[in-house]
Ligand binder design. Sequence first.
Ligand SMILES: NC(=O)c1ccc[n+]([C@@H]2O[C@H](COP(=O)([O-])OP(=O)(O)OC[C@H]3O[C@@H](n4cnc5c(N)ncnc54)[C@H](OP(=O)(O)O)[C@@H]3O)[C@@H](O)[C@H]2O)c1
Length: 231
Amino acid sequence: MTITFITGANKGLGRETARRLIERGHTVLVGARDPEQGTEAAAALGARFVPIDVTDDASVTAAAADVAAHEGSIDVLINNAGIHGPAGDPSALTGADALGVFDVNLAGVVRTTTAFLPLLRRSPDPVIVNVSSGMGSLAITHDPSRFESSAIAPLYCASKAALTMLTTQYAKALTDIRINAADPGYTATDLNGHSGPQTVTEGTDAIVGLATEGPGAGSGRFVDRTGGIAW
Ligand SMILES: NC(=O)c1ccc[n+]([C@@H]2O[C@H](COP(=O)([O-])OP(=O)(O)OC[C@H]3O[C@@H](n4cnc5c(N)ncnc54)[C@H](OP(=O)(O)O)[C@@H]3O)[C@@H](O)[C@H]2O)c1
């Protein structure tokens, strides 16, 4: 039995990842910060709801303690929770704006990873999937053939570049765990006002792929639904 914990699984890509992994036989723990939405999603999917706000140390610690008490271990951690942040004039960005985006998209991953590492280390094949973005790729955001090269989202892009680097650094440091970054691709969700051309099923191909591949698949990779992508 593969036990998978997903942050931000009440909607969007996290919820679809939960649905697809349950279909593949995983026992899924739906992490969500809103109890009502988390309970609803878990009930609809056939999963267990675990409250978690990735910006809150106490909440993250409590989530790991909850899983330790109920399941005792996990095999897959999917750091999916993320925000776009302010969409206004980049000239008006504040330090608080930057800290807010990095608090969820980067520090949230660090908090969750640290809290869940002891549970992952009880698995025979521990896996972490960080949901990053092509918007955090220096190569893709400079490739004129890619839509990401014309999108402007300074804090979001910077936070996802940092998350991808965090992933490769963790992969070098935590050699007992397979840890990779996924770029879902531009997908219609609340994050972008449903402007993305992909469905959530298409958008979760890379995440589901990394969560279900076998031992030996490699650590420190950055993949989209077609395969490895440029940093
Ligand atoms: N959609 C795309 O085109 C796209 C492309 C590349 C990467 N991504 C990444 O994919 C991931 C999922 O995004 P999505 O598109 O599915 O967006 P979404 O529908 O807005 O879902 C985001 C999820 O993150 C949760 N979240 C936000 N802040 C949180 C916090 N402090 N603690 C716990 N959960 C929190 C949200 O919870 P609430 O419902 O409570 O707000 C929600 O469940 C994000 O990391 C995003 O950056 C998306």
